[in-house]
Design a protein around this ligand. Structure first.
Ligand SMILES: [Zn+2]
Ligand SMILES: [Zn+2]
Length: 409
């Protein structure tokens, strides 16, 4: 019996220790949330130069951004806010916040309480919170959720009163995050209308390819992945996209001039990513991304930005001449296309009609990576020379799919 008693007192001591540590973790997390909310109110950008408190946490604490976002979202409900003029906004759940800072509430418990309070009419909020927090001390979060449902059923019998002055805000959430491997993951939830539109857009872009001299072997997810990439390009090409620093391109890539010319080496993409210099060369071809071209000592070189940007007028002329992707057999229309510099601007190629060809993103990449070559024929139209492994004589080929029909003229 003695050993049993000893064992159980050891177990009690261990359980107490766990309880103590968990309370300290919860209390520290609640305080951390309060600090992040304060940083948000004082201006993350002004204080740290970061776009959001979640991004700051990502770098300061190696906390994945979605986890940091959840923490901050929770903290905003527990801590007082501030209007733009500096006047305070009371917290939605101040008593829950106090219990959280004392280390007494788990995160699921906090989430249950705040989700109930968000639906309770303001005049009943304080008493509902008192009840919920008191019950939380002795019950699990599922039981507290059940109490919350009872409170709501009593106070808001038909669910929240419909507000007929404001249209219902559709549910839209999107998570896009980069993993350490450099692979990005995308997930989200959308209202029916947005989902249907997105489906229609991707469906149209994910059609099987024709005209590559070989069947399209891509799986359905691969075709939709390519379609998503095309949709991003389309949106980036849109004249309605907000300008950034006067350019329509949006992602910075830092690459040395030598690497950009040779296509060998690595380039830095955005804040954290990397891409091969060959990839940077394709993207820089039509300034889909802004290359910060660096010299030998990493000093930025000014390469005559205007020289390499395809102006709206020039793009229209290119649309009229090529009428779509110029690659033999491709049916993609002009709005899906980019301007390829036949001689890359980094190698001194001019940005004019004699050095540009309209190409869809897929064929543009193919052209940069494979043995295909393009040139402007004496009649002023582009023609493509296949790689030797396709045609030993390299007889030039053209795309005649965009020609107007004889009877449509
Ligand atoms: Zn190109
Ligand atoms: Zn094409």
């Amino acid at each position: 019996m003695t050993s049993d008693a000893a064992l159980s007192s050891e177990a009690v001591a261990l359980a107490d220790r766990i309880g103590e540590l968990v309370a300290r973790m919860r209390s520290a997390e609640a305080e951390l949330g309060a600090v992040l909310v304060e940083i948000e109110q004082r201006g993350v950008m002004e204080l740290f130069g970061y776009r959001s408190a979640a991004r700051l946490m990502e770098h300061l604490a190696d906390e994945p951004k979605p986890a940091a976002e959840r923490l901050i979202k929770r903290a905003r409900l527990l801590n007082p806010g501030r209007n733009l003029d500096g006047s305070p906004i009371p917290a939605l759940a101040p008593a829950t916040g106090a219990a959280a800072r004392a280390g007494r509430l788990s995160n699921p418990m906090i989430d249950v309480i705040t989700s109930v309070l968000a639906q309770v009419p303001p005049e009943h909020c304080a008493s509902a919170e008192t009840n919920l927090v008191a019950f939380a001390e002795e019950a699990g979060h599922k039981q507290v959720a059940a109490l919350g449902a009872r409170i709501l059923a009593h106070l808001v019998p038909d669910g929240q009163e419909p507000d007929d002055t404001e249209p219902v805000v559709p549910t839209r959430e999107l998570f896009l995050r980069r993993k350490r491997t450099g692979i990005w993951e995308l997930s989200g939830r959308f209202d029916d209308e947005t989902g249907t539109r997105a489906h229609a857009l991707l469906d149209a872009l994910a059609e099987r390819r024709t005209g590559d001299d070989c069947p399209d072997f891509r799986t359905t997810p691969q075709r939709y992945g390519d379609a998503f990439s095309d949709a991003v390009d389309l949106a980036l090409n849109s004249p309605e996209l907000p300008m950034q620093a006067g350019e329509r391109a949006h992602v910075m890539v830092a690459v040395s001039l030598n690497d950009l010319k040779s296509g060998l080496g690595k380039a830095t993409l955005g804040d954290t990513g990397t891409m091969t210099a060959a990839e940077a060369r394709v993207h820089a071809c039509d300034a889909m991304i802004i290359p910060a071209v660096l010299g030998d000592k990493s000093e930025p070189l000014n390469l005559g930005r205007l020289r390499r940007l395809i102006s709206a007028g020039l793009r229209r002329a290119l649309f009229l001449r090529d009428r779509g992707c110029a690659f033999p057999g491709c049916h993609r229309p002009p709005r899906h296309c980019q301007g390829h510099h036949i001689r890359h601007w980094a190698d001194g190629g001019p940005t004019d009609l004699t050095n540009l060809v309209l190409m869809c993103a897929h064929h543009h990449r193919l052209l940069h990576r494979s043995g295909w070559e393009v040139r402007i024929a004496p009649d002023g139209l582009p023609e493509f020379l296949p790689p030797v492994f396709i045609d030993r004589r390299r007889k030039p080929r053209r795309n005649n799919l965009h020609e107007p029909l004889p009877f449509a003229a």
